[in-house]
Ligand binder design. Structure first.
Ligand SMILES: Cc1cc2nc3c(=O)[nH]c(=O)nc-3n(C[C@H](O)[C@H](O)[C@H](O)COP(=O)(O)O)c2cc1C
Length: 202
């Protein structure tokens, strides 16, 4: 069983976080999800999904996912004394989806402006898996340098870029496919992926 920390920051692509949370809640391999949204993350979730994700508790989870679940613990980004701020708390992996360039820069610099950055820093210092899903275009040299710096210390950089070679038809299909790739990176088993089997087998 896995405990996973999910951060949502103020980059576009909050639908990926929404779909991932649903799949993590539904997964029998995941027993706890710690969720933290930055202030800007709350803003972008509202802009993109029309959901009020401010606050803590079951309401936020239900609003975000449509599921009532005890698996998810929502932490305020201001609570730098939350469980996930400590290395002694069990969390197997953290994913920040979507990850803003601002949060990516903070993590790359060891600056902890809020609980999202602190929890990410804890995963780094404890040698645990950290996955960042940045979304920005175009990117300048500082963005690229920050990503390189993090990749060099083992952070998985998984840009929110859908692929088109699976001949998926709708935007929803692309989102689902990318979300399944995130589950792969989190080592959460699933059987819904469209896996490439070579051109001839299509
Ligand atoms: C609607 C909206 C979309 C945004 N999209 C992006 C984006 O795709 N990538 C990004 O790096 N920042 C984006 N931003 C800017 C970030 O939200 C801003 O830099 C913020 O300070 C990030 O803070 P955080 O990292 O604490 O969440 C967006 C802001 C808004 C309001």
């Amino acid at each position: 069983m896995k405990s996973i920390t999910v951060g949502i920051t103020g980059a576009s692509g909050s639908i990926y976080a929404q779909r991932l949370l649903v799949k993590l809640i539904e997964s029998p391999s995941v027993d706890r999800i710690d969720l933290v949204l930055s202030q800007a993350g709350i803003r972008v979730v509202n802009e993109e999904l029309g959901i009020n994700a401010a606050g803590t508790g079951h309401r936020v989870v239900t609003e975000l996912t449509g599921i009532e679940s005890d698996k998810v613990i929502v932490h305020p980004a201001s609570d730098i004394g939350a469980t996930i701020a400590s290395g002694s708390y069990e969390s197997h992996a953290m994913i920040i989806v979507p990850c803003s360039m601002s949060s990516l820069a903070c993590i790359a610099s060891g600056v902890m402006r809020d609980l999202v950055h602190r929890a990410a820093d804890v995963h780094l210092k404890e040698g645990r898996k950290l996955i960042l899903v940045p979304r920005e275009t175009p990117v300048h040299a500082i963005h690229l340098e920050n990503m390189l710096k993090l990749a060099r210390i083992g952070v998985q950089i998984v840009p929110a870029m859908p692929s088109f070679y699976h001949q998926l038809v709708t935007i929803g299909d692309l989102i689902e496919h990318f979300t399944h790739r995130l589950l792969d990176h989190l080592d959460v088993p699933h059987n819904q992926a469209t896996r490439w089997e070579g051109s001839r087998k299509r």
